[in-house]
Design a protein around this ligand. Structure first.
Ligand code: ADP
Length: 422
């Protein structure tokens, strides 16, 4: 078994986003949480290794990335894709620049591209400037990001400040003229001593041209957008088989620790539709009671009757009241741990189709379930695919799981998701 495309993503949800785009464009994809310890377990076209290198110390980010590269090369990867956020989240020190240059050194290549453009997500690059919706990056909410505030929208400047190599631009006048014009510009930049080219893109057509133009590069660095144009280089196109997973089995359940607006609406819609729902009380959790086991005693008999929702989701006022009483981080971690224990108990009891709502909540559940790899399946809503994973508690059958970050998904998400893998 040998993979075509080897990807390294600098965070977990970004990895899923990339994997989802590759599956949509026709590749069979496995997402690994951290660097796999053994050889490839299934036959796939691409592997996306999810690291947490976006905000780690630069030397740690570089060494983990290079370790990931070695594993991907051992699996036969023909091209390497370094995936970062579509808002180019980084500081003056990195880590996008240093990781890119370390990968170039390791691969012995003198040229690569860099573009976070993802028009479907309203991220466009024009004349090297990154737009978030209708405003420049530095005018968007990213200006005040707690870890990676972005105060310059000019990506050539931003990338140059993080790199030793010379950074240049393939601007829209070339990108809009298509594949050959992009290739000619790449050659011209190379001749000028430029090693890393920021690339403009304002539409999916632009991404498809860029994808074809970078066919022979050993390294591509980008957000998840450019991925839509890569499977064609390996003679793959969109097909249903790419998203095929083993048949779904077992009981159906949802755990939700997200208090985002979209999730709260999804919880309300599920309850309105008359399905079984069990509310968790954060005050009881904070009091040290064994809420998880008490809850499991109530839930497990209900599983045979149909899908079950367990939720701590609550309105902003109630949440901030609880937070001021117990501390936001403290109660957050306790609720996450309780939900993760409940997820483990349910999978152990035969839940084979599990929806997890909430980014942090997902992280806690994946960890508690012992999931290290996920095969990416059909998309339920943009950016949210069903996955199939082996856990440490399912007796070897595996579970279908979907990890929905807070504000993703339509109001009927919990209801329609199960029909998507029926
Ligand atoms: P989202 O993706 O919507 O941001 P997360 O799971 O990432 O969701 O974050 C939600 C956080 O809020 C988690 O740490 C979770 O444990 C915590 N939480 C969930 N329900 C409550 C609640 N009722 N009161 C206080 N904190 C809560």
């Amino acid at each position: 078994m040998s993979i075509k495309l080897g990807c390294i993503a600098d965070d977990f949800t970004g990895a899923t986003d990339l994997a989802n785009n590759l599956v949509q464009a026709g590749m069979r994809v496995l997402q690994a949480i951290g660097i796999p310890s053994g050889p490839l377990p299934v036959d796939v076209d691409a592997v996306v290794i999810a690291l947490k290198s976006r905000t780690e110390a630069t030397d740690v980010a570089v060494s983990e990335t290079l370790e990931g590269l070695r594993w991907l090369q051992e699996q036969g990867a023909q091209q390497i894709y370094f995936k970062y956020c579509s808002t180019f989240d980084s500081t003056a020190q990195g880590n996008i620049g240093p990781v890119t240059e370390a990968l170039m050194d390791a691969l012995g290549t003198d040229f690569t591209i860099a573009t976070p453009a993802f028009p479907d997500n309203n991220r466009t690059v024009f004349k090297g400037y990154l737009f978030v919706g209708d405003v420049l990056l530095h005018e968007s909410g990213m200006r005040n990001h707690p870890l990676t505030p972005m105060t310059d929208s000019n990506l050539v400047r931003v990338m140059q400040s993080q790199c030793h190599r010379k950074v240049g631009l393939i601007d829209y006048s070339d990108v809009s003229r298509g594949v050959e014009a992009i290739r000619r510009r790449m050659q011209a930049l190379r001749a000028e001593g430029v090693s890393i080219a920021i690339v403009d893109a304002v539409s999916n057509d632009d991404l498809l041209s860029i994808g074809e133009a970078v066919k022979d590069l050993s390294l591509v660095t980008a957000g998840s957008g450019v991925a839509i144009g890569l499977p064609q280089n390996f003679n793959l196109s969109a097909n249903n088989q790419a998203a095929a997973l083993p048949a779904a089995q077992g009981y159906q359940a949802i755990v939700s620790g997200s208090c985002s607006v979209a999730t709260n609406n999804q919880v309300a819609a599920f309850i309105r539709a008359g399905y079984q729902a069990f509310a968790l009380d954060p005050v009881q959790i904070a009091s040290g009671k064994d809420v998880a086991n008490t809850m499991l005693e109530r839930i497990l008999p209900a599983l045979a009757q149909g899908p079950v929702l367990v939720y701590s989701s609550s309105d902003p006022q109630t949440v901030s009241q609880v937070q001021s009483q117990f501390g936001a981080a403290h109660i957050g971690a306790q609720v996450e741990a309780t939900i993760a224990d409940i997820a483990v108990g349910m999978v152990h009891a035969g839940v084979g189709q599990l929806i997890v709502a909430g980014g942090e909540t997902s992280g806690a559940c994946v960890k508690a379930l012992g999931i290290t790899q996920m095969q990416i399946g059909p998309q339920i809503d943009p950016g949210v695919p069903w996955c199939y994973a082996l856990t440490g508690v399912d007796g070897g059958k595996g579970v279908h799981i979907t990890l929905k970050s807070g504000n993703f998904g339509s109001e009927d998400f919990f209801i329609k998701a199960f029909s998507r893998i029926a």
